[in-house]
Each structure stands twice: as C-alpha cells, then as structure tokens.
Ligand binder design. Structure first.
Ligand SMILES: [Zn+2]
Length: 131
C-alpha cells in the first residue's frame, strides 16, 4: 500500500468537521489507512460525563475493526495546533497497529511524521501477556 500522507490528512480534516466537542472546543479528526487501502475516519465525541468521551483516533480504529479490518499501516490525526495523541489512544494504537506510521497535523495541513512505537516506547502489548 502506497502511503499518501496528504490524502490521509485530508480525510482526517473532513472527519474533524464532525467532531462533537462542546466542552473542550478542541475538535480532532483522524483517519486510519488499512493494509488493503481503505480509509476509516473518526472524530472526537465528548460527553457531559467526561470519562465517556472517546477520541478521534479510537473512533477511527474501532470503526475499522467493526468493519473486519485488523491490519493498519498509517493513521493521521488533525487538531488546530498539531496536538499529539493521548495516552489512551497510544495504548490502543500499540494493540491494533503497532507498526503504523502516524501523521500529526495541524489545521493548515502542516504535519510531522512519527510511529506508534516512537509514541509509546516499551509499551504494554500482547507480547507482554505471552512472555
Ligand atoms: Zn486519545
């Protein structure tokens, strides 16, 4: 699968427009690219009971899983200022897509490239359970 960061970031920007963020006013969009070339979008969905909030990255990944996808190659995340994925999302990414490339973009489309393993070094993963 050929990666096209700009297209994946664009998909995340589109998803960001659907963010439900009345409390933080911090809209986040994400888009995950599957190994077979499909893109699944996600946006943050907040809740008055704050812990029930779910991040854009986890919405995208869990939607892809719900469509039978298990192999991911990249994820793009867009916020107004290029904010990095939270700890909970890093944990989910190491579980579902430990080898993903991660594009972290701001609302202008400027982005930096990293990896899930760089975002969560020495993370707890399925190998930890099997050791
Ligand atoms: Zn998160």
């Amino acid at each position: 699968m050929n990666l096209n960061p700009a297209e994946l970031i664009w998909a995340a920007m589109q998803a960001r427009q659907h963010a439900y963020a009345p409390y933080s006013n911090y809209a986040v969009g994400a888009a995950v690219l599957t190994e077979d070339g499909e893109v699944f979008p996600g946006c943050n969905v907040e809740n008055a009971a704050y812990p029930a909030t779910i991040c854009a990255e986890r919405v995208a990944l869990t939607a892809a899983v719900a469509h039978g996808k298990r192999r991911f190659v990249a994820i793009a995340v867009v916020t107004r200022n290029g904010g990095s994925p939270c700890g909970a999302c890093r944990q989910v990414m190491i579980e579902l897509g430990p080898d993903m490339v991660v594009y972290i973009a701001d609302e202008t489309g400027a982005y930096r490239t990293t990896t899930v393993r760089a975002l969560l070094p020495d993370g707890f993963d399925n190998a930890s359970l099997l050791a």
